[in-house]
Design a protein around this ligand. Structure first.
Ligand SMILES: Cc1ncc(COP(=O)(O)O)c(CNNC(=O)CNC(=O)c2ccccc2[N+](=O)[O-])c1O
Length: 387
């Protein structure tokens, strides 16, 4: 089945819909049983999409879990109240005191914070690595390395990683390969085709697509699914069927939204490339983006999120650019229908394993579904405030 047809059909088994088009919202804490036999059966099969107790999920959760594995692949999908919860719980499910993990240097900042402030407390050591290291990551793998964690592209500076190259080296040392796959939305990069063991998403972004739900997913191969699922339950992780209904609704337009985000973003990135204020375009589809060759090789599309580096400006002038925008709003997220802008004047602060060669500010744009020409006019006026 092709991508767009999968998107329309994902998670709509009649087991969950009972014939209506959209899997209904089934809310529960208590599930009641008519007999001891029925209760024992549910208890014995409580991890297998059987109604048991609210925390194990209801038909709304089972439908969404199926939707994610039908889109992204994998044997099962664990659900979390945020992308960050998906990242942290997936890691916690597979480490113990004395272990070591390899974390990409360009990881989302709260991911780094978790490594530095929580994993250290429980005796797990983190080494950050160059996103472009590829198969040479093998030189960093220790006897006690449990996990190699990737985020591709990097959520601020957009480096694309050689996922299969890293995964092959990691598997030669029995490390688990985890990927923050949020940027692809699980449709423009098929993680399990490239050696990933656990694919994580902030469904908060493009899956939901409307900036109104916090949600995380972690999808695992058969080998790791039961451990991930049971650790998720042990940690008390559960999600609202109302949020999952909204996320399921988001999935139905994921294909058309991503295409429009992509089209708008490429038009704007090409326009920015010609602007004299711009030093570098950091969009995976552009050869100026580190790891572009891996995007070309492994991805089937892009989206609205990319960055660019200015060749001038300090904090005050960047503030002037930001404050006067009409369509680009400032906000901590991306993946909704609205356009967003974030500036970072100290990218190097976020890195410990690699340098940052640029002295001028980085601007990260999320290009929404507005008319691209209106967005270009907004940016044009913004550049006039920069100079
Ligand atoms: C690749 C990737 N992976 C996981 C998450 C977390 O998802 P969640 O927001 O659902 O927890 C995200 C969330 N992304 N958020 C942003 O890019 C903007 N947010 C921030 O920058 C932010 C927000 C709150 C606190 C700290 C930061 N920060 O990155 O500095 C992500 O981009």
């Amino acid at each position: 089945m092709r991508k767009d047809t999968k998107i329309v059909n994902a998670g709509r088994s009649k087991k969950w819909t009972r014939g209506v088009v959209n899997p209904p919202v089934e809310r529960a804490s208590t599930v009641v049983f008519e007999s001891v036999k029925e209760m024992k059966h549910a208890t014995a099969h409580r991890g297998e999409q059987v109604l048991f107790y609210g925390r194990r999920g209801t038909s709304t959760s089972f439908a969404f879990q199926d939707a994610m594995t039908e889109l992204e692949g994998g044997a099962g999908c664990a659900l979390y109240p945020s992308g960050t919860a998906a990242i942290t719980n997936a890691i916690l499910a597979f480490v113990k005191a004395g272990d070591h993990i390899l974390m990409v240097d360009t990881a989302y900042e709260p991911t780094r914070d978790f490594c530095d402030k929580v994993l250290t407390r429980i005796g797990v050591e983190t080494t950050y690595y160059d996103p472009l290291i590829g198969k040479d990551i093998e030189q960093l793998i220790q006897e006690n390395t449990a996990i190699v964690f990737l985020e591709s592209p990097g959520s601020i500076t957009m480096e694309v990683q050689d996922v299969p190259g890293i995964a092959k080296a990691a598997h030669q040392h029995d490390c688990i390969v985890m990927l923050d796959n949020t940027w692809s939305a699980g449709v423009n990069f098929q993680p399990f085709d490239y050696g990933v063991d656990i694919s994580i998403q902030a469904a908060t972004k493009y899956i939901v697509g409307h900036s109104d739900v916090m949600l995380g997913t972690a999808t695992a191969t058969e080998k790791y699914w039961e451990t991930l699922r049971e650790n998720s339950y042990l940690m008390g992780q559960c999600t609202s069927p109302d949020d999952l209904y909204l996320a399921m609704r988001g999935i139905r337009t994921l294909g058309v939204r991503l295409k429009q985000h992509q089209e708008n973003a490429l038009k704007i990135a090409r326009w920015l490339e010609q602007r004299e204020e711009v030093d570098k375009i950091l969009h995976p589809a552009f050869s100026s983006c580190p790891g572009h060759e891996y995007f070309e090789r492994d991805f089937s599309g892009s989206n609205g999120l990319f960055s660019f580096v200015l060749n001038r400006g300090d904090q005050a002038s960047v503030n002037a650019l930001l404050d006067g925008m009409h369509h680009f709003k400032m906000g901590y997220s991306w993946g909704g229908f609205e356009s967003l802008i974030l500036a970072n004047t100290n990218v190097g602060r976020l890195r410990t394993a690699t340098g940052w060669p640029y002295q001028h500010p980085l601007i990260r744009l999320h290009i929404g579904l507005e008319d691209a020409d209106d967005l270009i006019e907004d940016l044009t006026q913004g550049f006039e405030r920069l100079n």
